[in-house]
Design a protein around this ligand. Sequence first.
Ligand code: DLL
Length: 479
Amino acid sequence: MLLSFRQGPPTDYDKVMNVTSEPSTTSPNIKTKGTALALAAAGRFSELPIYAPAVECMERSQLEALQLQKLQQQVAYTYDNVPHYREKMDEMGVTPSDIRTLADVRKLPFTDKSVLRDTFPYGLFAVDLDSIVELHASSGTTGKPIVVGYTQADMDVWSDCIARLVQMAGVVPGDRAQMAFGYGMFTGGFGLHYGLMKLGCMMIPAGSGNTERHIQMIEDYGTTVLIATPSYAMHICEVGERMGYDWQSSPLRVGLFGGEPCPPALKEEIERRMHIVCTDNYGLTEVMGPGVSGECLAERFQQHIAEDHFLWEVVDPQTGEPVGEGEEGELVLTPLDKQGIPVLRYRTHDLTRVHTEPCACGRTHARMEKVRSRCDDMLIIRGTNVFPSQIEDVLCGIEEVTPLYHIVVETRGGMDHLTVETELRAEAFSDSFEQMDALRARIAERLKGTLLVGVDVRLVEPGGIERTAGKAKHVDDRR
Ligand code: DLL
């Protein structure tokens, strides 16, 4: 039997619905009146409602005891029910009884995406298919998809994790939540949908695409929360502006973003132009989908990990050895109560740092920094390592261009060649060739200074970088 944790009743929301505050000094245009956002804008973080305070604010020592108990059960369950892990652990000479402390997790084998691919579709499932109530998959670009199955207990944990993180992001029961993720096999759509419903929101299942209709629906249905990838939210913002939609008087207040990196500059730009508060949440299909971590309103660029459901490690991507507390490395996750498809020590390939100091919101669960890069998205250009996020950071510091960009890598004359396409803001656009060329040269110079390799810069007219309804694709490696 797996441990299940009973959530306490949601906090009393009435008190936050009646709060008003002075306009936020940092973002004066953001609509906060009469909502949980008002408390945050007033810096009254400790009064913000918490979905499951008994777990989210647990003493760390208690939390670790809970994690250990769950880890021991989960390892035994996985060993008994998944032949792949039994064989691996037997080969390594590890038995479930060897897990006596949380650090003993390091005795267990890592899991990589390839294991899930090689066992397609059901090879890692720990239960009979009769007990699976929902299937999801991540498409990836090559090979077979990664397929994951959820039991009813998994679905309950999933929706609890989401209800928690959306509450953390300023959503309250009664909010009207419009979904702009697709409802297909992708975990984003249904995952957020179930959790928002659990919190008591009205769901508007618009799905991805048809951007003008999204804007019409926001107005017609009084949508207060938008769920999207940040790049699609930016597109919704621009299309609305072109349609003459007044975001300031729109009912929308909260953006729940996830599924792809959200650079701080992009988030701030969306907040400013749409007059909403945006938070970022993180997850991945292999360990659950969305729901692993989310930002609270006190700490705007870090995400609380649902530590009662996920044991985290941060390791050196090369050696697999743990890095020091607060140092950057690859996030490795072990879900602690997954029944359908348990995975041990999943190598996310996502780079982050994790902090455990107390947070002003009162939650004790550790915070991971926003994921900006993956260890497998590093480009090697003429022997130099280049991360797309470095390019993003440079471009975000140049006011004439938008945060949208595209990178093309190709071989020219036997050498790696990097072209960065960056989009001009309408107000920076000029028909003076000299001016545009000077800007292009300035951007190329800045990029070279950071990346230490020469780069061709192509200025693209406003709207020229492709917009997608899902995750943005930044790199086209043609080598
Ligand atoms: O993207 C799950 C998800 C959906 C999370 C919606 C949040 C909201 P996958 O399609 O399996 O699952 O992709 C997982 O996307 O390993 C990260 O590299 C990236 N990713 C997801 N969320 C974030 C985020 C979903 N907030 C992969 N910031 C992960 C940065 C993210 N990267």
